[in-house]
Design a protein around this ligand. Sequence first.
Ligand SMILES: Cc1cc2nc3c(=O)[nH]c(=O)nc-3n(C[C@H](O)[C@H](O)[C@H](O)COP(=O)(O)OP(=O)(O)OC[C@H]3O[C@@H](n4cnc5c(N)ncnc54)[C@H](O)[C@@H]3O)c2cc1C
Length: 322
Amino acid sequence: MKHVDGSMIDTNPTVSAEMAEELRQVIGPRSVLPQAALSTHTTFKVGGPADWLCLPETVSQLRDILSWINKVGTPWIVLGNGSNILFSDDGFRGVVIKIRGARPVDHTLWHLSHSGVQVRVGAGVGLARVASYCAEAGLTGMEWATGIPGVVGGAVRGNAGAHGWEMGDVINELEVLTSAGMLETLQRDSLSFRYRHSGLASDLLITGATLSLTEDDPSIIRRRIQEYTEQRKNTQPSADQSAGCMFKNPAGESAGRLIDIAGCKGVAVGGAMVSPLHGNFIVNRGGATSKDTLSLIDSIREKVRMETGVELELEVRVVGSI
Ligand SMILES: Cc1cc2nc3c(=O)[nH]c(=O)nc-3n(C[C@H](O)[C@H](O)[C@H](O)COP(=O)(O)OP(=O)(O)OC[C@H]3O[C@@H](n4cnc5c(N)ncnc54)[C@H](O)[C@@H]3O)c2cc1C
């Protein structure tokens, strides 16, 4: 088995329809799709086909998928809402496991409930949903996540954050599945979150989390959500197709400001363009390819290096041969 970030053991990138049929029998034919266009599963709308796309609904199905992957030996990657990832135009040779639900459902990977100030949430629940649920319950600590189009699993993996908050601030416990199929609970003190980094081993699948929040007046929480939403609308190209901020902010600096100084706003390669509104967003203005995007990224980095001496580091994960 080969995880894209892990070491290689008996990798077999080509999984035949017969091999996939075995898995379809176990988790259902609608949950195992061949040749799925990754452009339709990412907010940037770029990416060729995945050999197989698996859509588990429960931890048990996720376990079945991992056990089958271990048997057939193929590269795999887990996806949330695809809002911080750039796939190659050639797609992904292997299995993409997508964990995302449209709305909360008990006993699935997108459950959502609370007891007192502790919120239990599945990896596939959207951040905006979590924020509004917490507001209704009179729990503060997730308002910042309202405008971030990811789900909990992706947000935990990259320690997403905004408005001075980040995911690591509210995590009390994490539920993860190892690539060998073992379900484990990780306590807060064993986690090492830092800026856009969770410290989790790359082959761990996040299945859910318990968040520790604080009681507050629902109307005050809702007002904060409104303020953050308004702020985002005025400063980010939220309505455009993008993968969010392309680069991490260097310590004490803003990547967007450096890109602006380097004169890159509005610069384009093919369908990929640096947003005129926010320099750290590359938007797909129609027909962008991964090649266009990578070429634009190289050019931004070069210009920022020349102009400011700073080496920008990618925040977005790039997957596949480009
Ligand atoms: C308009 C816009 C605004 C944004 N604003 C912000 C912002 O303010 N702050 C911010 O931090 N980000 C922001 N982002 C980026 C992005 O939305 C966040 O990083 C988000 O948390 C990614 O979640 P996702 O579910 O889309 O993850 P994906 O893009 O699907 O995946 C991201 C990474 O997480 C891994 N992953 C996904 N699910 C799991 C899982 N269950 N277990 C283990 N690993 C997993 C993937 O393999 C990948 O490495 C923005 C993006 C857009 C498009």
